[in-house]
Design a protein around this ligand. Structure first.
Ligand code: UDP
Length: 328
């Protein structure tokens, strides 16, 4: 049995990881400020004897110190995420991501704990390669653009993890998460699938930003959690970085049409220019496709679910949510 600390464990990915680790028989403590995470995400594990929850920020050194002291392995997921949030609150995003990672890594160093740090495919910036592998270049615009500032903050988190590994011998693992989707993902921070599914089920137009030709690969959160659990159990992963994501590429226009088809909605598509959807000068990535060879070689991982599986799971969740709201 391993005692895990999951920072950001009340968030979308975190809460699924908590459930997977408890199901394996591990002990899990969550530290979460509940700024974007929700206690309702942890409903299923609330009374589990091996689970504990502390409301606190990763910027609170004392709270982090105590939580890290009492665990064996840290999974650092607490971060400002979502393009909408990082564009609207760049200072908050930078502080949470950089200072939060420093605080967690310093405590892990103090107590000699293993740490997994969650990074993001945002670090690749505008690199439109066929498949981005872990050594692909970062291509960024001006740091005055909030998105590139966010990308830099996640790269700083990575660099800190590498430096602690090389210079201090700490076992750190970096995971670069590509678009991750599934039940419990909030529509509040801009993510496209929870937004499209709600719009379709409400009979509202689906808001396609730009011309909709930009592509993404959406991975089911259950597959992402499977990759994280495998990497946590693999000593060869220490000191290294791994892409985790789906290789099934789809344009946002096609995604909108697929959501309409799977929901049976009569909604239309509406195209919104980026500077209306976000802010003047906003830059999007034309495509973002991961090369996941490395995580496959080291752990045997492969995404098992397809985009339609993700959509059906999210549609079922949102239908239940709407039915509940109607009953109240
Ligand atoms: N997007 C969209 N409509 C929305 C929300 C997002 O067309 O209501 C687009 C967004 O511009 C991007 C893609 O969908 O091209 C994925 O956006 P998301 O925020 O989910 O992820 P990321 O941009 O980080 O890949």
């Amino acid at each position: 049995m391993v005692r895990y600390l999951i920072t950001g464990g009340a968030g979308f990915i975190g809460s699924h990881l908590v459930e997977a680790l408890l199901a394996r028989g591990d002990e899990v403590a969550v530290l979460d400020s509940l700024s974007t995470g929700r206690l309702s995400n942890l409903e299923a594990v609330r009374d589990h004897p091996a689970f504990s929850f502390t409301q606190g920020s990763v910027l609170d050194e004392l709270a982090v110190d105590q939580a890290v002291r009492d665990c064996d392995v840290v999974v650092h997921l607490a971060a400002a995420v979502g393009v909408k949030l990082i564009v609207e609150q760049p200072l908050y995003s930078l502080t949470t991501n950089i200072r939060g990672a420093i605080c967690v890594l310093e405590a892990a160093h103090r107590y000699r704990r293993k740490v997994m740090v969650a990074s993001s495919s945002e670090i690749y910036g505008k690199n439109n390669a066929d498949a981005l592998n872990e050594t692909s270049d970062r291509i960024l615009g001006s740091p005055a653009v909030a998105r590139w500032a966010y990308s830099t903050s996640k790269a700083v988190d990575e660099i800190l993890a590498y430096a602690y590994h090389r210079e201090r011998g700490m076992p750190t693992i970096v995971v670069r998460l590509f678009n991750t989707v599934g039940p419990r993902q909030s529509p509040a921070y801009g993510m496209v699938i929870p937004r499209f599914v709600r719009q379709a089920l409400a009979g509202e137009p689906l808001s396609v930003y730009g011309d909709g030709s930009q592509t993404r690969c959406f991975c089911h959160v259950a597959d992402v959690v499977d990759a994280l659990v495998r990497l946590l159990g693999e000593p060869r992963a220490e000191g290294d970085v791994f892409n985790v994501g789906s290789s099934e590429e789809i344009s946002i226009e096609e995604l909108a049409k697929l959501v309409i088809a799977r929901t049976g909605s009569s909604s239309e598509l509406v195209h919104l220019p980026y500077d209306v959807a976000y802010e003047a000068g906003f830059e999007d990535m034309a495509r973002r496709v991961p090369d996941v060879t490395k995580v496959g070689e080291v752990t045997g991982w492969k995404a098992k679910r397809h985009l339609v599986d993700v959509l059906d799971d999210v549609i079922a969740e949102v239908r239940a949510e709407y039915a509940l709201a109607r009953d109240i």
